[in-house]
Design a protein around this ligand. Structure first.
Ligand SMILES: [Zn+2]
Ligand SMILES: [Zn+2]
Length: 319
């Protein structure tokens, strides 16, 4: 195959040499013509027990395997990574590490996406699975975890898509469909991974929600940043405010109408309190609450406190 994969080790963000003896011992037995008496060849061929081959070049600071076969050759690659504590980087895939402690040694750009698998789980088959993860019918990968928006597929902010992400260029199987607030950002086509890892926020100086309720500054700055910059937002007629409770951001459960709110009297009370700001007579507030429609306008937005589980709600304002 024309595909390559790399084995390399990092210390403090810089490439660091792998143990040359380990390279010789792991790859030597399947090196065509054998290893030289000392050091490593500049470039060499492998032929593994099952007949699969690969071309190898590089040195202790990093080896490239190209035209490699699945099977025993990949098992050798996995063994090499385990022995030298190096990472395996299949082309267009995140780096695979065998120890969480090594994540901090990676260059910043690789850190967030790095996968960590236990050494005993790093096998040729595991690498193969990462390279071709989509046996038909295509299974979409698990979404990243969004603490403040636990199910963005259910709320409609993320939908399946086979198109490559406009930010990272990868086909992630999902696309974000909510608002993007930035002077110069694509308004569609960003994958949820680029949101979760902060890549899209950083690249476009974007937020996905405009504001967060932060009464008397009781929500820490890192929570504000996580909600505005690393959490999928949701579409609303006005820019909605992300609700907070117990000093933390609340989790967004989705749009709701009068019918959906019936089950949550605490959310209706919360919403009623917010409507008080409009200084309407009570019958007008009640009429507004009754008119809320999940799919229409005005719509309410339902949240739940992550600490005390109280339901909260805000709504499109009528003006
Ligand atoms: Zn992306
Ligand atoms: Zn609470």
């Amino acid at each position: 195959m024309s595909y390559s994969l790399y084995v390399l080790r990092f210390v403090d963000g810089q490439p660091a040499p792998m143990d040359e003896t380990a390279i010789r011992e792991v790859l030597g037995p399947v090196t065509v013509g054998g290893m030289p008496a000392t050091g490593l060849p500049e470039c060499w061929d492998l032929e593994a027990e099952d007949g699969g081959g690969a071309e190898v070049y590089g040195n202790a600071l990093g080896l490239t395997f190209s035209r490699f076969a699945f099977g025993d050759v990949l098992d050798r690659v996995a063994a090499l990574a385990r022995r030298t504590r190096a990472g395996v980087v299949p082309q267009d895939c995140p780096i695979i590490l065998t120890d969480e402690d090594d994540r901090g040694h990676l260059p910043e750009s690789l850190r967030a996406e790095a996968l960590v698998v236990a050494p005993e789980a790093l096998t040729g088959r595991a690498i193969q699975h990462l390279i071709s993860p989509h046996p038909e019918p295509r299974r979409r990968p698990a979404l990243p975890r969004f603490p403040y928006h636990p199910n963005p597929v259910a709320t409609g902010s993320v939908t399946p898509s086979d198109a490559p992400c406009v930010c990272c260029g990868q086909e992630r199987g999902w696309v974000y469909t909510g608002p993007v607030h930035a002077a110069d950002a694509p308004d569609s086509g960003i994958c949820p991974y680029c949101i979760a890892f902060g890549k899209a926020a950083e690249r476009y100086d974007a937020t996905f929600t405009e504001g967060i309720e932060n009464i008397e500054g009781d929500v820490p700055e890192d929570v504000v940043a996580a909600i505005l910059r690393r959490t999928p937002g949701f579409p609303a007629r006005q820019s909605p405010t992300w609700l907070t409770h117990c000093g933390d951001g609340a989790e967004f459960l989705g749009p709701a109408g009068a019918r959906e709110l019936e089950k949550h009297p605490d959310a209706v009370d919360d919403l009623r309190r917010r409507c008080a700001e409009w200084t309407w007579p009570p019958h007008q507030v009640e009429g507004f609450l009754a008119s809320l429609d999940k799919a229409g306008r005005p719509t309410a937005y339902l949240f739940r406190c992550r600490l005390c589980a109280a339901r909260l709600a805000c709504a499109d304002s009528p003006t």
